[in-house]
Design a protein around this ligand. Structure first.
Ligand code: SF4
Ligand code: SF4
Length: 447
């Protein structure tokens, strides 16, 4: 076996179980807490070169035997937007303006600090024809985003009809699935019918009960929005296409008012009968950073530990047949289309010239600057990034590439201190939880 390096293993335990994770094989083995504790010490000594040659060899042999039946995962092959024929995801910013003015909004009240613009149905058709006539033969998923996409329901309907027509004529491989992220306040009966007709999977943003939501998610004159959000959700439920997910931005204000993540999740699940509630920490965004929660006491590890979604995601990762060193396909097989015809890796980069993938000029998209941009994106390939070199969490890490790239752009300090420790702790907790569930299924912990 080749010499083990710092990122070759992660050994951990709690009072019930011990876990050894071998990233290169995407494999986990379980043991008793006592055994794991001993191994942790040996592993530390191995890394610090404190073991005798005999003990080093014995430890390597032990690791080799433990994972002998698992092959190394091949590295995931990434295409780029010039090579691929089928896009992974197309985000369409239906409007880069919003009817609300949420206090923490990274999109600067929906317009990304640029002139507000709405994607008209006519423009949408022009852009889509240019993309799907010669360049791409299909797209797996189309996501309606904003600003607030429901500002222009006609555009949403036109885009759905475009894909319906292109797929029925065989001009694209298949009908994509549709998703939408919305604040829910503008959903009326007519839009609810469009959403139902095209099976659009809707995520509605809501930050908790009125006493907290209405302090954070406010309209342009500062009024709370809970009642309008509720109306939109109820309409979707009435047409039989309820929201797939509710999304909460957890802020320091939640914490100050005494709402834990668990409180918020429970409230929303019971009040709206929606099971999937995703709770994200409010991250640094340069807009209202007093709401940012990145300190340990409020980042909610205890709650995340019980987060079924996180366990599910980890299981999926562990069952992948490739080692993936990019947390997201933004800019490599996916992009965001803006109302003005600019393409960016995703909505987070909107308006930043250096991240512009292509512009719509004279009836087609001009990808001239894309090769330069790919070099920038390679900075977040974890197997190429210096910061990730020693990190065992490369394959599991979900830190958003936009967060990292924009953090570097804003020179906001040490990425590892702000994001990585939390990410690794979270992954350890979820690995332990997943291992316990698996061990219970197998009838106990094997050593
Ligand atoms: S946790 Fe940080 S260092 Fe580790 S893979 Fe993720 S970004 Fe890289
Ligand atoms: S880069 Fe981040 S924000 Fe953008 S699509 Fe990927 S995960 Fe989402």
């Amino acid at each position: 076996m080749p010499e083990l390096k710092k990122d070759s293993l992660m050994i951990t335990h709690d009072e019930e179980i011990g876990v050894v994770y071998y990233p290169a094989k995407g494999a986990v083995s379980t043991t008793t807490p006592r055994h794991a504790q001993v191994m942790e010490q040996v592993w530390q000594d191995y890394l610090e070169d404190k073991l005798s040659l005999e003990d080093r060899t014995a430890f390597e042999g032990y690791v080799e035997r433990s994972f002998a039946n698992k092959p190394d995962l091949p590295m995931m092959k990434y295409t780029n937007l010039l090579e691929t024929r089928t896009l992974g995801r197309l985000e369409i910013l239906v409007a880069n303006k919003c009817n609300l003015n949420c206090r923490y909004c990274y999109a600067h009240g929906g317009d990304y600090a640029r002139e507000s613009q709405v994607l008209t149905p006519e423009l949408a058709k022009k852009y889509l024809r240019a993309l799907f006539t010669d360049r791409y033969t299909g797209v797996n998923g189309v996501m309606f985003f904003g600003g607030e996409p429901t500002i222009s329901p006609d555009t949403i309907r036109t885009i759905c009809e475009f894909f319906e027509q292109y797929s029925s004529l065989g001009l694209i491989d298949k009908m994509p699935y549709f998703t939408m992220v919305t604040n829910g306040t503008l959903i009326d009966e007519a839009l609810a019918e469009i959403i139902k007709k095209y099976h659009i999977r809707v995520t509605v943003s809501v930050d908790g009960p009125p006493e907290i939501n209405d302090k954070l998610r406010v309209d342009k004159v500062g009024n709370g929005t809970f009642a309008k959000i509720e109306r939109g959700i109820r309409l979707l439920q009435e047409v039989g296409n309820p929201p797939q997910m509710l999304e909460v931005t957890y802020t320091t204000l939640h914490h100050e008012l005494g709402y834990s993540k668990t409180d918020i999740r429970r409230y929303l699940q019971e009040h709206f009968q929606v099971d999937n509630v995703l709770i994200e920490n409010c991250e640094l965004n340069g807009y209202d950073d007093s709401l940012t929660c990145h300190t340990k006491d409020i980042s909610g590890e205890a709650d995340e530990k019980n987060n079924k979604l996180a366990v599910l995601k980890l299981r999926q990762k562990l069952s992948n047949s490739h080692f993936g060193d990019l947390a997201c396909s933004a800019g490599t097989s996916s992009f965001a289309l803006n109302p003005n015809g600019e393409l960016y890796p995703c909505h987070q980069f909107t308006g930043m010239n250096e991240f512009c993938i292509a512009r719509f000029v004279d009836g087609e998209f001009d990808f001239e600057n894309y090769s330069m941009l790919l070099k920038r994106i390679s900075m977040v390939h974890k197997c190429q990034s210096i910061q990730c070199e020693d990190c065992w969490a490369k394959d599991l890490c979900n830190i958003c590439p936009a967060t990292v790239l924009l953090h570097i752009r804003r020179r906001q300090g040490n990425i590892s201190e702000i994001y990585c420790e939390r990410e690794k702790q979270l992954k350890i907790q979820i690995l332990l939880k997943t291992a316990k569930e698996e061990a219970t299924k197998r009838g106990g912990i094997q050593t």
